[in-house]
Write a protein that binds this ligand. Sequence first.
Ligand code: ATP
Ligand code: MG
Length: 245
Amino acid sequence: MSDVPKSHPRYLSLTLRDRIVEGVENGITSIHGLIAHGRGEAFDYLIGEKTQPFATDAICAAAAMLKLSNHPVISVNGNVAALAPKELIELGNILKAPLEVNIFHTESGREEKIRQHLLNNGANEVLMPSPEAQLSFIDSNRKYVHPEGIFIADVVFVPLEDGDRCEALRKMGKDVVTVDLNPMSRTALQASITIVDNVVRALPLLCEAIQKQSSDSDLQHKSTHYRNEDILQQALQHISRSSDG
Ligand code: ATP
Ligand code: MG
């Protein structure tokens, strides 16, 4: 790890870079993940590196949708495993939802390394992709899923997702909750709920929102009155604000 003083104005950003680099060194994160992270950083800079109101609204709706779901599953890739393993496990525990590894680049046993990393961080069970169950509408390696996980899920939580798979999941009739700093990505546009925020800030807030007591009718209201297009529009307006905004 590099020696970044806490007083450094870019402390969090630099710490996250260290985590991603460590993920690559440990074979958890793909080298391509560094590029995806860089794209995320650029958008984080533009949104002000803070959770904005459009993200808070999406987190509220996501908490409601996940709480109301019958079979939620948390999809884990190499970037999110490196950035926030403990928070993913906490989300799984709160929702009683399994974690499932799903990655694009499967070089050198990376799926198994991610599984081990999650187990080392305290996960009880981690589902792995299997040739027995395949998603429709997708040709890449990411079509392989677990028959009792993503394959039968009604809501899939897929942070830092690739657009192709988000589209496939939606076409299969599943709801998708994503966290994506780019409000213009295909994932952001196609997901049922897009939390435009850094995954390391959004996950603890999502866990907190799920744990808040609320009635079923209140959850139903939050889930059905949510409009993702409006939230993305607000995010774009925020990004194009004047520099003092
Ligand atoms: P799409 O396929 O959805 O059009 P893309 O090809 O531009 O997206 P990918 O490389 O597939 O991007 O996925 C990475 C996405 O994750 C990017 O949109 C990036 O902004 C976002 N991202 C990267 N790091 C983070 C992070 N820490 N928190 C939230 N989002 C992030
Ligand atoms: Mg992509």
